[in-house]
Design a protein around this ligand. Structure first.
Ligand code: SF4
Ligand code: SF4
Length: 90
């Protein structure tokens, strides 16, 4: 069954999910949960569009337009093990 949902820019296609659980592991806001070996959108409105789930989803089941703010940059740096990004927000 095709299952897609989008709110803000987060979109999820359950047909592509392989049940690896990475989106649940990396999401700082518990947007996803696992249920019967599939990810499910648990609280999509809590998504801050950091992009971590998309980066870690190897099947392309998740798309999100990650923000350009300092919070998103710091999240990406932390997740990728990079030096902390500098904030230019002012
Ligand atoms: S990271 Fe992708 S493939 Fe893995 S559980 Fe989440 S949606 Fe499914
Ligand atoms: S973009 Fe970030 S906050 Fe939103 S669902 Fe993915 S990991 Fe969670």
């Amino acid at each position: 069954m095709y299952n897609s949902y989008s709110v803000n820019t987060l979109a999820y296609n359950a047909e592509l999910c392989n049940g690896c659980g990475m989106c649940v592991a990396v999401c700082p806001h518990a947007v996803f949960e696992m249920n019967e070996r599939k990810a499910h959108l648990f609280q999509p409105l809590a998504c801050m569009e950091c992009g971590a789930c998309q980066l870690n989803c190897v099947t392309g089941a998740i798309t999100v337009e990650s923000g350009v703010g300092c919070a998103a940059a710091m999240m990406r740096a932390a997740l990728l093990g990079l030096p902390e990004a500098e904030c230019s927000c002012g």
